[in-house]
Design a protein around this ligand. Sequence first.
Ligand SMILES: Cc1ncc(COP(=O)(O)O)c(C=O)c1O
Length: 432
Amino acid sequence: MSKKRSDLPINLNLNVRGLAPSATLAINEYCNKLKAEGTKVYKFGLGQSPFPVPKSVVESLKKNAHEKDYLPVKGLLDLRIAVSEFLNKTQKLESNPEDVLISPGSKELIFILQLVYYGDLIIPTPSWVSYYPQAYIIGRHVHWIPTSAEDGYKLSPEKLNEICEKDPDRPRVVILNYPSNPTGCTYKLENLKELAQVARKYKVILISDEIYGLLHHHAQHVSIARFYPEGTVISTGLSKWCGAGGWRLGTFIFPKNLHWLRDAMAIVASETYTSTSAPIQYAAITAFKGSPEIDKYLEDSRLVLRTIAKRIRQILIDENIKVPQVNGGFYMFPDFSFYKEKLANRGIVSSAGMCKAILHETGVAMLPGTDFGHKDDELLARIAYVNFDGAKALKNAHLIHETYDGANIFLNKCAKDVLDGILALTKWFKKL
Ligand SMILES: Cc1ncc(COP(=O)(O)O)c(C=O)c1O
């Protein structure tokens, strides 16, 4: 008699055993469950773009729905041309279509790079939730570099140098992500130049995760590839600026001398996902080629995001909750340590415990600082201010005058749930 599936021995790879599913996906599922039970939930947990995919890109997908063939593993040539031209235009680079690798999401590429390249991973605290688990699954050493809120949670070149000089020839991968998930902070030109110098000195492979680059609130994103071209791999995709996370399209752009790395990654791709969905790749050409419609879409997205960020950050600051300047994307990373004693009086001594209590008592869902590499007793959490109707917000972006009244009128009309959620949060702290 054949064995039932449940009788089979559970013999998971030790590096996967005990790992929980990605924190962002888990909180989303939990919020949906609470909502289905009738609880009012303010979903600041999952970092998903609230904006619809631009019309011309949707039309392009419809037009290409019949495309059914497997495409080249590195990606459709016309798309690789569009990505390369897009980067050359926006970042003044000199890339070629051969430098581009297309995948079903940049997350997959970040994983495969770590799989094929034997090196330690260096990331700042806080960092995006998936870098560490990916390295852990593969079995890489991870160095977290502490940062400070006062310094906008930026990776310091001195601290990077300190780690590298201990063993100068050791192979290393550094991931820099800006505008940052979870903080919304970014780097100034001089910071990038200093980091580039250290990266060059120790020949590190630098993944510059610029998935939120086009959502810099003032359209001032600059790639570190300008200062360390020979060692920087730019990571981007459609998920954030184009509102198409579920379409799954990401891209890496390699310098010439890292084509061996691109080729090694393409081998793994060919033996795993084969190629990225054909209709999505055709539609992505329209997105990366750009148009006046897409320019306007981006301009309005930035205006909406910076208006919401500015207003809610001020509400938090007014209640002694520290939030560094937010420059891009749709996250902020408040520090609630002002309330440490009052929280402790209620038996709350960890960021996870704090987020749990807040979710149960107010319906406000946030991700605790521990998910981003912080210690349990640091009272930090990430707010993804995306629980609003993005289509309605874009339609009403013209209402925004960048004054207190303009912002308030806009928020009350188009992002009431964000405002109410932040007010529910501050009310909870005031009542402690
Ligand atoms: C910082 C960062 N990098 C990479 C990704 C992965 O994006 P995707 O796989 O959708 O391209 C995300 C998604 O949330 C992110 O926030």
